[in-house]
Design a protein around this ligand. Structure first.
Ligand code: ZN
Length: 232
């Protein structure tokens, strides 16, 4: 039995292998999660950040202030305090469920329409601690998203790869040259002539990284010494 702000829930653990039979799509995708978008992908699509958390936050702050006003130090708390506390908890619960649903829906779509999904192995906990960025980052619910991508990937038999995030937003997807940028630089412009939205460029790098680092399972051992392939 689990207690939540809006009631008690029974939790069941069902251990059936619930694999889904999904047709291969012949598609691979790289995802760059960011501040400006929920994610940008290697096909050039950007998925907008969900705004409901930010909207909900205003409401939560209001309810939190109301709750604090009713709090009496060192006394038995009034009925009104308990009411305010419960109201706050219920709204908080509703918002976290919205976030979870959003992450789950997106992850399912991504896994249905691709065979290989590559994303960054981000330590969101560290990022959230980082100053001003924190709200947008925790807000976007990347961790939940990633968890659902990995779940649906397993369920549908898709490849999911988390790659190290180093330099994904700096390197040129076309020629490989490192092009240093500030966080505020929105466009990747390389001297090779390649120009792209910064986050789209990053997602292409992420896809490429994934394809280089994984997917070579069971290869013939001589491919490790490629020069033998070229021997006459
Ligand atoms: Zn270039």
């Amino acid at each position: 039995m689990i207690r939540r702000a809006d009631g008690y829930y029974c939790q069941f653990c069902i251990s059936i292998e619930v694999k889904e039979n999904v047709e291969p799509t012949s598609k691979a995708i790289g995802l760059d999660v960011g501040l400006k978008y929920f994610y940008a992908d290697s096909n050039g699509h950007t998925e907008a950040n969900p705004r409901f958390y930010r909207q909900g936050e205003k409401k939560l702050n209001k309810l939190n202030r109301r709750k604090s006003k009713k709090f009496k130090k060192g006394q038995k708390q009034s009925n009104n305090y308990h009411k305010a506390r419960n109201r706050y908890a219920r709204v908080n619960l509703r918002i976290s469920r919205q976030r979870e649903e959003h992450a789950k829906r997106l992850a399912r779509t991504v896994c249905t329409s691709n065979d290989c999904i590559v994303y960054e192995d981000l330590q969101v906990k560290n990022l959230v601690r980082n100053s001003k960025l924190s709200k947008s980052i925790s807000d976007a619910g990347w961790t939940q998203f990633r968890r659902w991508v990995e779940y649906f990937g397993w369920k549908m038999g898709k490849i999911t790869i988390a790659v190290p995030p180093q330099y994904t937003s700096q390197d040129c997807p076309s020629c490989g040259k490192r092009v240093k940028k500030f966080l505020s630089t929105r466009t990747h412009v390389c001297e090779c002539g390649y120009t792209k939205d910064r986050d789209i460029a990053a997602s292409i790098n992420i896809l490429k990284k994934g394809l280089c680092t994984a997917g070579h399972v069971g290869r013939d051992s001589f491919v490790r010494n490629p020069e033998v392939l070229w021997r006459d």
